[in-house]
Ligand binder design. Structure first.
Ligand code: NDP
Ligand code: 8X3
Length: 254
C-alpha cells in the first residue's frame, strides 16, 4: 500500500523540500500552507509524480484545521507520516524591544499549531501503527541560548519536550516521534524573521555554507524510513561553520 505523509508548511524551505523528496520515493502527499498560489503550483508539479492533496490552511486556526482534517478524502486519510514543519521566528531584537504581537504569533504557530496538527492526526497515525512517524521541527534554539532568541527558542524547547512526552504516551502504538533540531539553514526563514530585509537575509548566510532544505529533507526521509522497531529520538545538526557561542560576560569599566 502507498504510504501517505502530511506536511505542514510545504510552500517553501524544508516543507517544500520534504514534499519533493517523498514524492520522488512515491509517497502520497497532503501539503499545507497559507500561500495558495505557491501551494497550487507545487501540487500541480508533484501530481505528475504522485497523488497530492493541497490544503490552504493556517495552522493557528484550530477550527479550520479540525474541518480540513475531518474532511480528508479516503485516499489521503490513512497516514504513515506527519511532518510538523510550519513555523517561524519574528525579529531578533532584545526582549525589551520586542513586539508582543510577534511573540503571540510565534507561540500560536510553533506551539499551538503543532499541537493541533498532532492531536488531530494522532488517531490516523495510531491506526497505521508500526512504522508510522511524527517528525517535529525543533531547533538548536530550543537547546542553547543566544541573544534575540527568547520566545522563538522557548517555542522550540517546547517542541523538544513535547516530542519526548509524546513518545511516552504512544508507547505500544508503534508510532515513532522524532525531533529534528537544525542550526543555520538557508531558507525564507530569515527573510520572514527580518521582516523581508533582503540585505540582512543575505548577510545571515554569507560565507557560511549553511545547511540547505534538501539536506533536512534527506535527514527526515532517512528518519522515517528506519526499520519499524527503531525510534530516532532527536537529531541536532549544524553547518560545520557554526559552533556554540559560548558564555557572555559583562565586565565593569572601572
Ligand atoms: P520557511 O520560512 O522557508 O518555511 C516555513 C513554512 O511554514 C512555510 O511553508 C510557511 O508557509 C509555513 N508557515 C508559517 N506559518 C504558518 C501558519 N501560520 N500556518 C501554516 N503554515 C505556516 O522556513 P524553514 O523551512 O527554514 O522552516 C521550517 C521549520 O524549521 C520552522 O518550524 C522553523 O522554525 C524550523 N527551523 C528552521 C531553521 C532555519 O535556519 N531555517 C533552523 C531550525 C529550525 P506559508 O507562509 O505559505 O503559510
Ligand atoms: C533556526 C536556527 O540558529 O536561527 O531555528 O535559531 S537559529
Amino acid at each position: 500500500m502507498t504510504s501517505t505523509v502530511f506536511i505542514t508548511g510545504a510552500t517553501s524551505g524544508f516543507g517544500e523540500a520534504c514534499a519533493r523528496r517523498f514524492a520522488k520515493a512515491g509517497w502520497s502527499l497532503v501539503l499545507t500552507g497559507r500561500r495558495e498560489e505557491r501551494l497550487n503550483a507545487l501540487c500541480a508539479e508533484l501530481s505528475r509524480q504522485t497523488k497530492v492533496l493541497g490544503l490552504v490552511l493556517d495552522v493557528r486556526d484550530r477550527k479550520a484545521m479540525e474541518a480540513a482534517i475531518e474532511g480528508l478524502p479516503p485516499e489521503f486519510d490513512k497516514l504513515r507520516g506527519l511532518i510538523n514543519n510550519a513555523g517561524l521566528a519574528l525579529g531578533a531584537d532584545p526582549a525589551p524591544k520586542c513586539d508582543l504581537d510577534d511573540w503571540d504569533i510565534m507561540v500560536d504557530t510553533n506551539v499551538k499549531g503543532l499541537m493541533y496538527s498532532t492531536r488531530l492526526l494522532l488517531s490516523r497515525l495510531i491506526a497505521h501503527g508500526k512504522g508510522a512517524s511524527i517528525v517535529n521541527l525543533g531547533s538548536v534554539a530550543g537547546n542553547y541560548s543566544y541573544p534575540g532568541s527568547h520566545v522563538y527558542g522557548g517555542t522550540k524547547a517546547f517542541v523538544g519536550q513535547f516530542s519526548q512526552n509524546l513518545r511516552c504516551d504512544l508507547q505500544g502504538t508503534g508510532v515513532r516521534v522524532t525531533n529534528i533540531e537544525p542550526g543555520l539553514c538557508e531558507s525564507e526563514f530569515s527573510l520572514v524573521r527580518f521582516g523581508g530585509d533582503k540585505a540582512r537575509y543575505d548577510a545571515t548566510y554569507a560565507g557560511a555554507d549553511p545547511i540547505q532544505p534538501q539536506d533536512i529533507a534527506e535527514t527526515i526521509f532517512w528518519v522515517m524510513n528506519q526499520p519499524a522497531h527503531i525510534n530516532i529520538n532527536n537529531i541536532e545538526l549544524m553547518p560545520v561553520s557554526q559552533t556554540l557561542a559560548g558564555f557572555a560576560i559583562e565586565r565593569s569599566k572601572g
